[in-house]
Write a protein that binds this ligand. Structure first.
Ligand code: ADP
Length: 486
């Protein structure tokens, strides 16, 4: 099968969250199954052409934007560690931005044009290189319009007649909503602007383009694929998704164990495995030192690596944090996001310097040292499409404390000291008291050294590699193709 995998972020080139991890690893697993999959992404300013060996593929391709035209260049490189081709769209929009979609909490004003041109560029490009994909697989709102153009082109263009589409949603809260006046730039018949199309409460929505026009839709866990069809989690998209519920699937994300493995991780102080678990302690002591905390081996260390956003539970954590500081534990947080949480954490560091260590920013190597050096990993998310932190933690023998929602509900189960069942500490109600209670239970069990070690050994054995999920994506592609080729 030929698959064009379109994503606005891909590890190792550009990342803001879990989508980048998926886009940099799932295609590799699909490639291993023998398919010709290629990635299509923006060439942001931060994607260094020299470092990644970008070569010009097509120069000066024109893309229509209403009555005007914009020119883009397309580069190509190989995904490191594989023979997989990655295409990069270079446009004036991406070349000028330091970040991906927003700076200091504010969206870039030309996001509409940037991602419309990005999607539109794929069409002439595929024809130019004469590579006709069986599947176009888009992710999140930034890729939504390509799904729509494919739908429109299939009516008249023989090149795309037998190409099917899959649209994956990694986070339904980000929707690409723009003023409807911008519709004129899309060069589409007016019918697309109706509420049955892109129209959304007097505006237009790019994510809706994916939901309405994709042959098959999926999200990144079973539970989240059901949750997004409800009012509580659907962020206004629940109705359209309910209408299409027969086409909505859930496939849990996998991990690339070449990247996430304490036995080979070059960013941690001391490598270890399930057989040499006692070495994990050296990572804890080093992390305490790095985060300017007392280096004590007995005190439970709770780690967190996260966007600082209400989605990730920072409002209930803010409510509980003073009480957490009174418990026998240390807290280490790496994250960046909402300035109000930057401020809160900075205050906490001043007030409780022996209990909390913080780093405000994006720091991939430090993230690895936190997964390795922590005893527990905190994910109090309000909603969580899949969540990678808990899966990474398992591999590093770090026990999750998590809220029962989305992918967390599918993968973390409450530990029962009586039966030994479960693999983490789970709370259901979205409240600071429920969160505190789960942390206290984790600290209690931590005191029982042998029970804790058993728990660590159990979770380190899990296999969340992409192998199983990649096969599920292939069956999803077959389902989409069935709809097009009758
Ligand atoms: P989301 O995509 O919603 O942000 P996920 O749990 O799916 O959440 O994925 C988050 C990924 O980003 C994980 O690999 C996590 O380690 C990483 N990450 C999040 N924040 C940071 C940060 N500040 N520095 C380094 N890595 C981070």
């Amino acid at each position: 099968m030929k698959i064009l995998f379109i994503s606005p972020e891909v590890v190792p080139f550009a990342k803001t969250g879990g989508l980048a991890d998926v886009a940099g690893t799932l295609p590799k697993a699909i490639r291993k199954l023998g398919h010709d999959i290629r990635i299509f992404m923006p060439r942001y300013k931060k994607v260094d052409p020299e470092k990644w060996g970008l070569k010009l593929a097509v120069q000066g391709m024109e893309v229509e934007l209403g009555a005007r035209k914009e020119t883009v260049d397309i580069y190509e490189a190989r995904l490191p560690g594989s023979d997989l081709i990655v295409y990069f769209v270079e446009s004036k929009h991406f070349a000028e931005r330091e970040e991906l979609y927003m700076v200091k909490g504010k969206d870039y004003p030309d996001n509409f044009e940037a991602f419309l041109v990005f999607c539109k560029a794929a069409i002439p490009f595929l024809k130019k290189i004469d590579w006709r994909p069986d599947i176009i697989h888009g992710s999140d709102w930034q890729s939504g319009t390509l799904i729509l153009y494919l739908h429109e082109l299939r009516k008249s263009d023989p090149f795309f007649k037998r190409t099917a589409s899959v649209f994956s949603v990694h986070n339904i809260a980000f929707q690409g909503i723009f003023p409807k006046e911008k519709f004129a730039l899309m060069n589409l018949p007016d019918t697309y602007l109706s509420e049955a199309g892109l129209g959304y409460w007097g505006k237009l929505s790019f994510i809706k383009a994916g939901f309405v026009y994709a042959d098959v839709i999926n999200s990144v866990s079973e539970t989240y694929s059901k949750e997004i069809q409800t009012k509580e989690y659907g962020y206004g998209m629940e109705e359209i998704l309910r209408k299409r519920s027969g086409d909505v699937y859930g496939i849990v994300n996998g991990l690339d164990y070449e990247l996430w493995n304490p036995a080979t991780d070059k960013n941690i102080i001391k490598r270890y495995s399930r057989m040499t678990l006692s070495l994990k302690l050296q990572n804890k002591l080093a992390l305490q030192k790095e985060m300017k905390l007392p280096a004590e081996k007995e005190i439970p260390l709770i780690g967190m690596v996260s966007r600082l956003d209400v989605q990730k539970g920072f409002d209930i954590l803010a409510e509980a944090i003073e009480e957490i500081m009174q418990l026998e534990c240390q807290l280490v947080i790496l994250g960046t996001g909402d300035p109000k949480y930057h401020e809160l954490l900075t205050d906490m560091k001043h007030k409780y310097s022996k209990h909390i260590g913080i780093k405000l920013g994006f720091d991939a190597p430090l993230a690895q040292r936190i997964y390795a050096g922590s005893d527990m990993f905190l994910m109090p998310s309000k909603y969580e499409p899949c969540g990678l932190g808990q899966l990474i933690s398992f591999k590093y023998g770090t026990i999750p404390v998590a809220r029962k929602t989305g992918g967390l509900a599918d993968t973390v189960h409450d530990f029962d000291a009586g039966t030994g069942e479960g693999n983490g500490f789970v709370f259901e109600e979205y409240s600071s008291t429920a969160l505190l209670d789960a942390i206290k239970r984790a600290i209690e069990v931590y005191k029982n050294k042998s029970a804790w070690k058993e728990l660590q050994e159990k979770v380190m054995e899990y296999d969340y590699s992409w192998d199983a999920s990649a096969k599920k994506y292939i069956s999803l592609y077959m389902k989409a193709l069935d709809k097009v080729i009758k």
